[in-house]
Write a protein that binds this ligand. Structure first.
Ligand code: PLP
Length: 378
C-alpha cells in the first residue's frame, strides 16, 4: 500500500501503541481515586500534560484534554461567545475553515449571530488586512486556522494577533492548529492566540483525543464545556482518557525529538511530488503549499472521485479534498473561485517522514495511466 493521506490521519508507531497498552492494562487506575494505583494514574496524567504543554510552550494549567480536534474547535467558539456576550455577537472566520469551525459558525449565523466568512484569493491566501477590514466594536471572536488542511496554505495568525492588540480589540482569537501542530513551529507566545486547537491522530497519536489551549488570562470567564466530576480543572468533566492521553504525549515526544529531520524530509518529498505531478499535461497546483506535508492539485476534466477510486483499487491512498467531506465537493476548493472542471478535478496528497521517492514514482505512473485511459468529462 502507498499511503498519501497523512493529513487525514496517521499510523500509530509501535512505541505509542505500547505506551497505550501499558496504560490500559497496568496503569489503568482512575486519576481521581485516592489509593496508589489512582495516584500513579494522576501522576502519569500530569506528566503527559506537561509534555504536551512543553511542546506548545504553555503551562500545564492552560492545556485541556478533549475528545478530538472537532471538540476543541466547538468549545473554543462557545467559550469566546460566552466571554464576549455583553459586548456583541459578531464573529470573523474564513470560508475555508475545517467543518469543525465552519459548521458551528453556520449554525450560529442561523441563531442570529453575525458571522463574516472571509474568502481567500485564487491562491488560497487570507490576509491580515481582510481581518482588520472586517473587525468591529462588537466582534467577539476571530477564528482563523493556522494551516489549511486541503491546500496547505499557512494563515498569518501571529500577525492577526498583533493587529488585534494594536487595534485594542477585545475579541478573542482562536486558531485551529490541528494541521500545524508538530508540522511547523508552533509556540503559544509567538502565535498570540487565546485559544488553540490540536489533535493527536495527525501526529502519530491515537484517534479520539485532542486538546485545547486556553490562555490563563481568560479561563475564569469561560463556561465549562461538560459539567460533572470536575476533571480538567472543572471546565471539562469526565474521567480522563488516560490511554489516549499517554499515546498523545508519546507521539508528541517522538515527533518533537525529530522535528527538523521530519520537516526537511517531508518538504523534500513534497517538492519532488510537485515537480513530478505538475509535469503531467494540464495538471494544476491549487492553493499555496506553504506547510510541508500537503499538496493540492487538479486534473481538470477528470473528476477526482474517479481518480481516488482507481488509485485506491491499486492500493494508493489519496484524498479528493478533505476526507471529512465523504465525496461531497469541497467548500475549500469551491472558495478558490475555480471553474467547474478545475474544482471537480481537485485532489489532495499529503506526506510524512515515512514517504519515499519510489512511492511518489508509483503515484505519478498511476495518475498518468488514469489520465491516458479515462475519458475526460465534457
Ligand atoms: N481541524 C482541521 C484543520 C483538521 O484537519 C481536522 C481533521 O481532519 C480537524 C480539525 C478535526 O480533528 P479531529 O479529527 O480530531 O476531530
Amino acid at each position: 500500500m502507498y499511503y498519501f493521506d497523512y493529513a487525514a490521519t496517521t499510523p500509530v508507531p509501535a512505541a505509542v501503541a505500547a505506551a497505550m497498552v501499558e496504560t490500559l492494562t497496568e496503569q489503568f487506575g482512575n486519576p481521581s481515586s485516592q489509593y496508589p494505583l489512582g495516584m500513579a494514574a494522576r501522576d502519569a496524567l500530569a506528566a503527559h500534560r506537561a509534555v504536551l504543554a512543553d511542546t506548545l510552550g504553555c503551562s500545564s494549567d492552560e492545556l485541556f484534554f478533549t475528545s478530538c480536534g472537532t471538540e476543541s474547535d466547538n468549545w473554543a467558539i462557545q467559550a469566546a461567545l460566552h466571554y464576549g456576550r455583553h459586548r456583541g455577537r459578531h464573529i470573523i472566520t474564513t470560508a475555508v475553515e475545517h467543518s469543525a469551525v465552519l459548521e458551528p459558525c453556520k449554525f450560529l449565523a442561523q441563531q442570529g449571530y453575525d458571522v463574516t466568512f472571509l474568502k481567500p484569493d485564487r491562491h488560497g491566501k487570507i490576509t491580515v488586512q481582510q481581518v482588520e477590514d472586517a473587525l468591529r466594536e462588537d466582534t467577539v471572536l476571530v477564528s482563523i486556522m493556522s494551516v489549511n488542511n486541503e491546500t496547505g496554505n499557512v494563515y498569518p495568525v501571529p500577525e492577526i494577533a498583533r493587529m488585534l492588540k494594536a487595534r485594542k480589540s477585545q475579541a478573542l482569537l482562536h486558531t485551529d492548529a490541528v494541521q500545524m501542530f508538530l508540522k511547523l513551529p508552533l509556540d503559544v507566545k509567538q502565535c498570540g492566540a487565546d485559544l488553540i486547537s490540536i489533535s493527536a491522530h495527525k501526529i502519530g497519536g491515537p484517534k479520539g483525543i485532542g486538546a485545547l489551549y486556553i490562555s490563563g488570562a481568560i479561563q475564569s470567564k469561560i463556561l465549562p464545556l461538560l459539567r460533572g466530576g470536575g476533571q480538567e480543572r472543572g471546565l471539562r468533566s469526565g474521567t480522563e482518557a488516560t490511554a489516549q492521553i499517554a499515546g498523545f504525549a508519546k507521539a508528541a515526544q517522538l515527533r518533537a525529538a525529530q522535528f527538523d529531520a521530519i520537516a526537511e524530509h517531508t518538504r523534500t518529498m513534497q517538492a519532488y511530488a510537485k515537480e513530478r505531478l505538475l509535469s503531467i499535461p494540464t495538471m494544476q497546483l491549487l492553493g499555496t503549499p506553504e506547510a510541508p506535508h500537503i499538496l493540492c492539485l487538479s486534473l481538470p476534466g477528470y473528476p477526482s472521485q474517479n481518480l481516488v477510486h482507481d488509485l485506491g483499487s491499486q492500493g494508493i491512498c489519496i484524498s479528493a479534498g478533505s476526507a471529512c467531506h465523504r465525496g461531497k465537493p469541497s467548500h475549500v476548493v469551491a472558495a478558490l473561485g475555480l471553474s467547474k472542471k478545475e474544482s471537480a478535478g481537485a485532489f489532495r496528497i499529503s506526506f510524512s517522514g515515512e514517504t519515499r521517492r519510489e512511492e511518489i514514482d508509483a503515484l505519478y505512473s498511476a495518475v498518468l495511466t488514469h489520465k491516458n485511459t479515462r475519458f475526460p468529462m465534457l
